[in-house]
Write a protein that binds this ligand. Sequence first.
Ligand code: AMP
Ligand code: ZN
Length: 516
Amino acid sequence: MSLKLYNTMGHKMEEFKPITEGYCGFYGCGPTVYNYAHIGNLRAYVFLDVLDKTLSVLGYKVKHVMNITDVGHLTGDGDDGEDKMKKSAAERHQSVLEVAKFYTDAFIKDIDALNIRHPDVICKATEHIDDMIALIQKLEENGHTYMAGGNLYYDISTYPDYGKLANLNLDELKAGAGKRKVVVVDDNKRNPGDFVLWFTKSKFEDQAMTWDSPWGRGYPGWHIECSAMSMKYLGKHFDIHTGGIDHVPVHHTNEIAQSEGSFDEAERAKGPWVNYWLHNEFLILEGGKMSKSSGNFITLQTELPPEKGYCLTSKGYEPLDYRFFLLGGHYRKPLTFSLNGMDSAKASRAALNGRIAKLIDKANSSENLGLTLANFEKMLADNPYEGENYAKFKEGLEADLATPVALACVQKESNGKGDVKAGDALSAIYKMDKVLSLSLIENGIKVLELQKKEADSMADAHAGDPEAAEIDALVAERTAAKKAKDFAKADEIRNALTARGITIIDTPAGPTWKRN
Ligand code: AMP
Ligand code: ZN
């Protein structure tokens, strides 16, 4: 098998062929840091992480670049609305840079809690203004721009392939109609579909951050940062570009016009700017689409005032329950969020950790490793066993990152059925966790430690119990009866103990008991 990905450009499944053998460069649109990431945004980054780690597991050397938007993103994607950063700074009585730093740190905390690998390059828009200016100058040289009302615009009629990614109709776009119907009219634009590359005359007189440029003091439009920074770090042709599905008709469409519009003949002849476009579908709330600006907001772990929303950790979920929930859906299908859905994710994950704990206990008793993560990881890293479930797991991911298949495979392996040795099953699970990133071995050990602690505290309680020896004997008798399939006798003993206020508890170390 080889990796197949659904390419939004062309709208079909394609075999992934990297530009350079064994290497994949990819760019994912990062957050606009004017507020906390909501759990919908985090779906985009878990998807990116799955892509990143799948590529690594398949043997590619990966370079993952992500931008941080700290300037230029307006509340409307079509150069309309307010400046998101400026609006947030005014609300918080802070400078734009303080707001950006605060929410960038919060974003990193969220991705860490979700076990998302940090991109190899995280680049801030405000630190790349010179690169954006240089790129805009190339667009100017290539005849794609015009000045009007103090702002520099991209003239979409000069780029014949404009709208190809989203199957937009250029004539309709020029008229401000079709899929991307223009609501806000800007009289400076030649076509309603044109967009701003550089603002000098914004409607905000007190624009917080401005820079000198050949077009006057001002600030960049939102789209140019992704073209400039991706090409700076990945070159003029790279393998994969990702983002949420909302980016297809405007942001990514404009990014392509900018990047390819800057090419000279030779660069154009080398092929497209990006070979594969991948887009994640939205996480939707039962009531509709979630957005940062609506006040109807769910975060991963940041407490919010009740009128704004809530966080998952305050409802008793761990961040990895949310990762598990997301992996249960395919990235190209809308996923409906609900607390019921989170409850089943939490329960399934706990059951999975419990089964892995049993495998760890078995492997530990046969190899006597000492119950530490370091010992286990060393043993598992040295174990070459993959097995049938791991093969299916890889096949699932190779089929356009089918994480639901991948999850089913880890569940199956954890059942420990058949004649696979516990150490080998754990080796396959350990390998699967390189992509799933649910800290499976670590959590299995934690469950086991907790169970052992409980057993120890029970043993302590038994030590002072005058009837302990007699009850131990009855519990042992019941275990023997169960083994001999004499269930009537086993039940009889259990009922007698229940009547005395004693409960039998099953632990990996065998049954024990406690007084109610
Ligand atoms: P933003 O911080 O608004 O620039 O968005 C960051 C990323 O989250 C982008 O890739 C968006 O497409 C994506 N996104 C926004 N809302 C959702 C959602 N409800 N579900 C999935 N992805 C989303
Ligand atoms: Zn972008």
